[in-house]
Structures are given as structure tokens and as C-alpha cells.
Write a protein that binds this ligand. Structure first.
Ligand code: NAD
Length: 333
């Protein structure tokens, strides 16, 4: 059976994380990669194999990979169009872009060329999330959803994450996982209001930081459920984590993405289920399978769907900038 050859656009942290997992699949070969940082590129190909290419275009034309992993930082999205236009499947890391106009440009290409695509919202592949969905279908309807991403600020000086125009800020770059999971569990939502600010980090830790350190977003789901999404990187390592809580008629679900646990509360009882599953491996396995067979049924996060998660976080940013509360009338019942 011929191997699926994968090329990496961006050979840093998450690129290496995926490459490690892809190497475990016997029908996959790393074709190489391209990165603006030549040292990182060398480290990557030394470790995973393949050819170091000078550009994405060179990788596409000379390397002719069967699929591309787009694992550059959020500000570098866009050049993947070249792969899509050649009919090459693309796995995108989240967020799919920093702006809706960039996301729509990529989405137009994805649609018109019909390439296999997937986005790195790995939690959708967790067995615990399947269990949460099952509990919701039996114990619904949902009244409230609470998503959060809390951590300490640990980025080195000059890191792209620190700049809003490079990473998008904590809500767009990090808490997007909680927003996406809230959508996956509770359906589509609109942003009702948002407050986003940088209150501590750029005053006391890194004066150059433009990414927010604190945000709160209120959502109204189309089902009528009400939601909040809370983010902070002004916390302590001993108080950090991310997850989504769902309050439904007969059950409360407390999913922790960081602890890989699901607590199912019913009456006075709580059942805690732990998982050892590696959702990154599963999303990689499913993507490769889709590339090989052309059957995309197993893909749980498409570019089109992930663009809707971006839309919510972008809307929250815009609403916060305008400083006003919008629309009671956004609920479609
Ligand atoms: N799904 C997850 O759990 C998860 C975890 C971490 C990061 N991510 C996402 O993955 C993406 C990358 O994050 P990371 O932590 O790996 O960042 P990183 O900085 O470790 O790696 C990014 C790499 O891209 C390279 N790069 C930057 N601009 C480039 C360009 N124009 N062309 C080619 N290479 C370029 C950098 O030199 C770097 O090696 C981000 O979008 C991030 O949100 C997702």
C-alpha cells in the first residue's frame, strides 16, 4: 500500500506534535516541511524525515505531498490556497484565520476545489465528549453552558501569542477550543455581549503585550440556552485549565479538557469518568484515512464549521471594541 506523504507548512510546536503522531501510522511518511526559521526546519526534518523546502510553493511543486499540515501561527494563514488549488488536502490548525475575510477567502477555495480538509479542534474526537453528547440527548434540553480557559501568562518576550495582530488574543487563539466545544455540544449561538481587556499583563509583566488577559463573552444559543465564555491568563499554575460545563434538565456535565475528565452530576450523585485517549492522534488518523479514501464522514471539524467558531470570537472582539450590548432578538426558536 503506498504511503500517504505529508508536508508541513510551519514546523514548530504543534507541527512537531502532529508529526510525532503521524509517524506512528504505518501508512504515513513525512515528506518534509517549510518554515521561515531555518533552524526549526532543520530540527524538524532531522527528527521526522523528509526534505527541508525553501517555501510552500517549492514543497508543493517539488515534494508533491498528498496532504499538507498548516501549522503556522494564526497570522500566517492564507498561502494554503496554493495547496487547495492543486487539489491537495489540508489540515489546518485552529484558529482558521484571524479575520473573517481571510477565513472566507480560504473557505471559497476549499469549496470550489472540494478538497478534503480538517481543523485541529481535537476535543471533538474525545470519547468523553461522545459521552457528554449522549448524556445531553437523554437529559436535555440545555439551559446553560459555561466555557472557560484559565491559565498563567508564560510567553517569552517577543512571542507571537503576545500580539493581538499575530495570535488574535486569548479568546481567538486559546479559548476558541471552549467556544468550539460549546457549539459542538449545544449548537449554534450568537454573541450577545462581550468585555475584553488587558488589565494586568501589559502593565506589570510585558509592556508590549496587546493580546487581552481577561475576557467574558455572553452567548445565546439558537435553542434558547444561555452561555458564558470566560478567559484569563492572569491566574496561577495551581489554578489553570480549560473546559465546558453544560446544565441540562436532568444532568449537569463538567468536562475538563485539561484534566481529561467528565463529571456527570445527577441528583446527589457524581460519576467521574477519566480518559487516556489522545485526541490529537485520533484527529490525525481520521484525516489521513479521509485523504486515502476520499471519505470525509469521520472528520468532526471541517474548515466551514471551524469558520463559524472563528466568527463568534471575532464578533465578541468587535462587540467589546464598540462597548455595547447587542440584540435580545438573536434567538431563533
Ligand atoms: N490544537 C491545539 O491544541 C494547538 C496547540 C498549540 C498550537 N495550536 C495552533 O497551532 C498553530 C501554531 O502554533 P505553535 O504553538 O506550533 O506555534 P510555534 O511558534 O511553535 O510554531 C509555528 C512555526 O511556524 C513558523 N512560521 C511562522 N510564520 C511562517 C510562515 N509565514 N511560513 C512558514 N513558517 C512560518 C515558525 O517559525 C514556527 O516554527 C497556531 O495556530 C496555534 O493556535 C493548536
Amino acid at each position: 500500500m503506498p504511503k500517504t506523504r505529508i508536508g508541513f507548512f510551519g514546523c514548530g510546536g504543534i507541527g512537531s506534535y502532529h508529526a510525532e503522531r503521524l509517524k506512528r501510522l504505518e501508512n504515513v511518511e513525512i515528506a518534509g516541511g517549510t518554515d521561515t526559521d531555518s533552524q526549526r526546519l532543520k530540527t524538524f526534518v532531522d527528527r521526522f524525515g523528509g526534505v527541508p523546502y525553501r517555501s510552500l510553493d517549492e514543497m508543493l511543486s517539488a515534494g508533491r505531498p498528498d496532504a499538507v499540515y498548516a501549522t503556522t501561527p494564526p497570522f500566517a494563514r492564507g498561502p494554503e490556497v496554493a495547496a487547495i488549488e492543486k487539489g491537495i488536502p489540508v489540515f489546518f490548525e485552529k484558529p482558521v484565520a484571524l479575520t473573517m475575510s481571510k477565513a472566507e477567502e480560504l473557505l471559497r477555495a476549499v469549496r470550489s476545489h472540494g478538497v478534503v480538509n480538517s481543523v485541529g479542534y481535537m476535543s471533538r474526537y474525545m470519547d468523553l465528549v461522545d459521552l457528554a453528547k449522549e448524556q445531553i440527548s437523554k437529559g436535555g434540553p440545555i439551559s446553560m453552558v459555561q466555557g472557560e480557559w484559565i491559565g498563567s501568562f508564560h510567553f517569552p518576550k517577543g512571542h507571537w501569542w503576545v500580539y493581538k495582530d499575530k495570535g488574535g488574543g486569548q479568546l481567538i487563539e486559546q479559548t476558541t477550543h471552549a467556544v468550539d466545544l460549546a457549539r459542538y455540544l449545544a449548537g449554534e449561538a450568537n454573541v450577545v455581549s462581550a468585555q475584553i481587556d488587558n488589565l494586568v499583563v501589559n502593565k506589570f509583566i510585558d509592556p508590549d503585550a496587546t493580546a487581552e488577559d481577561t475576557s467574558m463573552v455572553m452567548l445565546r444559543f439558537r435553542s434558547g440556552a444561555i452561555g458564558t465564555i470566560t478567559s484569563s491568563c492572569v491566574s496561577q499554575d495551581s489554578y489553570a485549565g480549560w473546559g465546558v460545563k453544560v446544565f441540562a434538565k436532568d444532568v449537569v456535565l463538567d468536562y475538563s479538557g485539561s484534566a481529561k475528565t467528565l463529571k456527570v452530576h445527577r441528583g446527589n450523585e457524581v460519576r467521574e469518568v477519566r480518559s487516556k485517549m489522545d485526541p490529537y492522534f485520533e484527529e490525525d488518523r481520521v484525516f489521513v484515512e479521509a485523504v486515502r479514501t476520499g471519505n470525509t464522514d469521520g472528520i468532526r471539524s471541517t474548515f466551514e464549521d471551524a469558520a463559524r467558531t472563528l466568527e463568534l470570537t471575532v464578533a465578541a472582539n468587535g462587540m467589546s471594541e464598540k462597548g455595547h450590548i447587542v440584540a435580545q432578538g438573536t434567538v431563533e426558536r
